[in-house]
Design a binder for this molecule. Structure first.
Ligand code: AMP
Ligand code: MG
Length: 537
């Protein structure tokens, strides 16, 4: 790295703040909670905190922003990204958006505890929006405090970086600070409030615009702002598209469909369950955004959701994520429909189908990769996958370990069942579930799979390498995040750093870190934070 390209003072960060320059502001500047009309955002400063302390920062994000490691370790950095100081070019604001929560229109939501600091233009000319999460109330905070606790902030910080290294489109996290103040949360909404450590994450993304930003104007029939925001978004975040027109709105929407499909394929690939796929949590750029009660599949289960708030309906369960993304895109289509006019309704519907086609194609390619096949052959591979999912689901099988170990299979259909299955034994949680009937079924599938792989005639080492490049060895297992949180709550941040380091190379064997690839221990099966999470954060 050329050190001369790095900046040495945070005041050297260059901001262009196009969002607030080009879009209408709320004229009211007091920080009281309200409905904000005719505006995309309200000016609001972060609330200063008592004793900020750095927990961690991401060196890759720092590098993207041209920040030197030394700067990231400075007090100035800690003060700024905990909300105590703004740099010369920063202008702090919270944006207005609405959304469908759990399928119901919720009206105005907005950045209730996110405060944007502006858009940095880095030395490579890239735009990166900075946003503090948990830096105090805004006009959009409704009846909440605008704050975040360390528990949920560790989860957001680590997971956004882990997702990036896994190759999943995501918002990023620059830093994680504790504020030196406590925040009271009733974690399970059961009348047991407790004081927790307050924290602030600085999130970074090309844009934080959500489906809900368009929905709010459409719901209010404010077509003027709807068009302003859409045109701004196309110009700024989709600069390859031509000047906005009805045809361009359609291409724009198609691109959002493709990006969303791509993101969901990745979620399904790595076993990530978002937990709160409300339309206000859907990024216009197809980035994973808002790491709340998300979770990672341990035992493969299409019906699993980590979110206790959704435990009865399971709207946002793993297997339903592709359908929900489609539903959410349908809501976005409804929102932008006034820009297109009735004559384009059929085209908008056709554009929505781009999601389905892109998802299906992406899913097939992804499954072929996971299974080490050259390409997905619809004639045989749909059945292969359906049977595999049914097997994985019928006994508790660790998804991550299973796919990783599948690459180790000896391609010898003549081997006896025991030998064939040996690499997979590490993936099972409950040995008693491995009944003779199950093992017979698994044996049949494995032999069919071997035949299918042999038809491709890829050399063993090539196949293994391909599989290991898409089947991670290390993911942010729910219990690992919780162990890091338990320590962090005792002011020991070492495990946050350790996991950040580990998850930089999720596809590599890291022999000294083998323990972090282990399946969920029994103690974590029912522990809060490990298998059950609420929206409280
Ligand atoms: P979420 O479920 O985290 O996506 O949040 C939904 C809405 O609630 C968003 O408008 C958030 O800004 C808002 N919100 C969540 N937590 C808080 C909080 N502690 N203070 C203020 N607003 C919040
Ligand atoms: Mg949200």
């Amino acid at each position: 790295m050329n050190l001369s390209t790095q900046i040495t003072s945070l005041d050297e960060l260059v901001f262009d703040n196009r969002f607030i320059k080009e879009l209408p502001a709320d004229p009211e500047t007091s920080n009281n909670r309200r409905q904000v009309f005719d505006a995309c955002y309200s000016f609001v400063p972060p609330t200063p905190v008592a004793h900020p302390q750095r927990v961690a920062y991401s060196r890759e994000v720092a590098h993207t922003l041209d920040l030197s490691e030394r700067l990231c370790k400075s007090d100035d950095f800690t003060e700024m990204f905990a909300g105590n100081r703004l740099s010369a070019g920063m202008q702090a604001y919270a944006t207005c958006y609405g959304g469908h929560q759990f399928g119901n229109w919720a009206g105005q939501l907005g950045d209730g505890r996110a405060i944007n600091l502006g858009d940095v233009i880095n030395r490579r000319g890239e735009r990166w929006a900075l946003q503090l999460k948990g830096a105090g109330p805004t006009p959009y905070s409704r009846n909440a405090d605008g704050l975040a606790v360390l528990r949920s902030s560790v989860r957001e910080f680590l997971c956004s970086e882990a997702m990036y290294h896994l190759g999943v489109p995501t918002t990023r996290a620059l830093s994680l600070m504790i504020t030196g103040e406590s925040v009271v949360r009733d974690m399970f909404y059961d009348g047991n409030p407790e004081a927790e450590l307050g924290a602030v994450v600085c999130r970074v993304a090309p844009s934080f615009t959500r489906f809900g930003h368009f929905q709010i104007f459409s719901a209010r029939q404010d077509i003027k702002r709807l068009k302003q925001l859409a045109d701004y978004t196309i110009r700024t975040d989709f600069p390859h598209l031509p000047t906005p027109s009805p045809a361009v709105y359609l291409s724009w929407f198609e691109e959002i469909c493709r990006r969303t499909a791509d993101m969901i394929v990745h979620w399904q690939r790595v076993g990530f369950v978002h937990g709160v796929m409300n339309t206000d949590n859907m990024s216009i750029l197809g980035l994973t955004i808002d790491y709340g009660p998300y979770g990672w599949l341990e035992n493969f289960d299409l019906n699993w959701t980590p979110n206790t708030t959704d435990a009865s309906e399971r709207r946002y369960r793993y297997g339903n994520q592709p359908a929900i993304a489609f539903w959410n895109l349908g809501q976005l289509a409804n929102a932008i429909y006034p820009l297109l006019g009735t004559q384009n309704l059929a085209s908008l519907q056709a554009a929505l189908n781009v999601y389905k086609a892109t998802f299906e194609q992406g899913w097939q390619a992804m499954m072929a990769d996971k299974l080490g096949l050259k390409a997905f052959d619809a004639a045989t591979d749909h059945a292969l996958c359906t049977e595999l999912f049914s097997l994985l689901q019928s006994v508790e099988t660790d998804m991550t370990i299973f796919y990783r170990q599948l690459a180790m299979l000896t391609l010898n259909a003549g081997a006896d069942d025991e030998e064939l299955m040996r690499p997979l034994t590490a993936a099972y949680y409950v040995p008693e579930q491995l009944t003779p009937a199950y093992l017979t079924q698994l044996g049949v599938w494995l032999r069919g799979y071997i035949k299918r792989v042999q038809a491709d005639a890829l050399p063993d080492d090539v196949r293994r390498k391909c599989m290991n490049a898409v089947n991670p060895k290390y993911v942010l297992r729910n219990y690992l995040a919780q162990l890091a949180i338990d320590k962090a709550n005792q002011h020991d941040f070492s495990m946050v750093d350790e996991l950040l380091e580990l998850l930089r190379n999720p596809y590599d064997e890291q022999p000294d870190k083998e323990a972090y690839a282990a399946k969920r221990p029994d103690w974590a099966r029912q522990r809060a934070g490990c298998s059950m999470l609420s929206c409280s954060s």
